[in-house]
Design a protein around this ligand. Structure first.
Ligand SMILES: Cc1cc2nc3c(=O)[nH]c(=O)nc-3n(C[C@H](O)[C@H](O)[C@H](O)COP(=O)(O)OP(=O)(O)OC[C@H]3O[C@@H](n4cnc5c(N)ncnc54)[C@H](O)[C@@H]3O)c2cc1C
Length: 261
């Protein structure tokens, strides 16, 4: 029997007040609950944030889409607003896990967890997202710090994620055949200011592939990256794909994404 104190917070202030270095926020529970059940993690306080209304929902305003932290993957996948403004983001959400995971898992939980193979972090980087917490705004580039590491403090709660609507975008991934996490996922987004090529699954943390991004910012065509070699240095290697294979996939999926825009 696992012992912990369960709290259902009525608002962000209450949730943040209870939070400490030995607590966890419960959003979809899709990572937290299996980790606790398997004995990989234990917490003194489990703070349920699902009932905090302000944390959920989708808003479009001008060139920005704002998605509340506890908005579920299935809500993003099926949102008419998201499908219209950033179809690649709705498609990304539709490709996460399975229906059970999409019906429970949340966007805030996904980016707070920062699994190196998760899909949403690549959307945050590609779409120049701003992460709104209960006490500051963080640029996506500064938010994702390393494997399962973000710049969040222990009592800090993500309230919403603000995405810039690009001119064109596409997310392409090679999914793990069991979990659907990205063995390699590449999110290409063309903005007025330039193109981002966000890569997940390949290294210990999501990143913007600078050589591809620079070339595509000059010439948004898949042939523009033909001569760029992606180094496998620092890439993950496991039973699913070697580092060299992942390096090849980064370029192949970037080209596929550009052609799909
Ligand atoms: C079988 C399976 C398959 C999956 N496949 C994929 C996949 O293909 N692609 C993919 O990207 N993901 C995948 N996932 C992950 C899943 O989609 C969830 O996004 C992820 O598990 C975390 O979201 P959650 O809402 O369940 O968070 P929880 O498990 O509730 O919380 C996870 C962590 O985030 C923190 N947290 C939660 N919400 C907030 C907040 N608002 N502010 C601050 N911290 C917060 C918690 O404290 C905790 O540390 C899969 C998961 C499972 C179990």
């Amino acid at each position: 029997m696992k012992k912990f104190n369960y709290h259902s917070a009525k608002d962000v202030k209450e949730a943040s007040k209870i939070a400490s270095s030995s607590s966890v926020f419960l959003a979809g529970g899709m990572t937290t609950l299996p980790s606790m059940k398997l004995g990989l993690a234990s917490y003194k306080d489990v703070i349920d944030i699902k009932k905090i209304k302000k944390l959920s929902g989708i808003k479009v305003s001008g060139k920005i889409i704002t998605i509340g932290a506890t908005t579920k993957h299935t809500e993003v996948a099926n949102s008419k607003e998201v499908k219209k403004a950033i179809p690649s983001l709705a498609a990304l959400a539709e490709g996460i896990g399975d229906p059970q995971v999409r019906n429970r898992g949340t966007i805030g939980g996904s980016i707070a967890n920062n699994d190196p193979a998760a899909d949403y972090p690549s959307a945050c980087i590609a779409l120049n997202a701003t992460i709104h917490t209960n006490n500051r705004k963080i640029d996506a580039e500064k938010f994702f710090r390393g494997m399962f590491e973000t710049s969040l403090k222990s009592s800090e709660i993500i309230e919403a994620i603000e995405f810039n609507i690009p001119q064109k975008s596409s997310y392409q991934k090679l999914p793990n055949p069991a979990s659907r996490y990205a063995i390699v996922g590449v999110y290409v987004a063309k903005h007025k200011s330039g193109t981002n090529v966000a890569v997940t699954g390949a290294k210990s943390c999501v990143y913007n592939e600078q050589d591809l991004a620079k070339a595509l910012s000059k010439n948004f065509s898949s042939s523009a990256i033909d001569n760029i070699k992606i180094s496998s240095s620092g890439m993950n290697s496991d039973i699913h794909a070697s580092a060299d294979y992942r390096a090849n996939m980064v370029k192949a999926f970037a080209k596929k994404a550009v052609d799909a825009c």
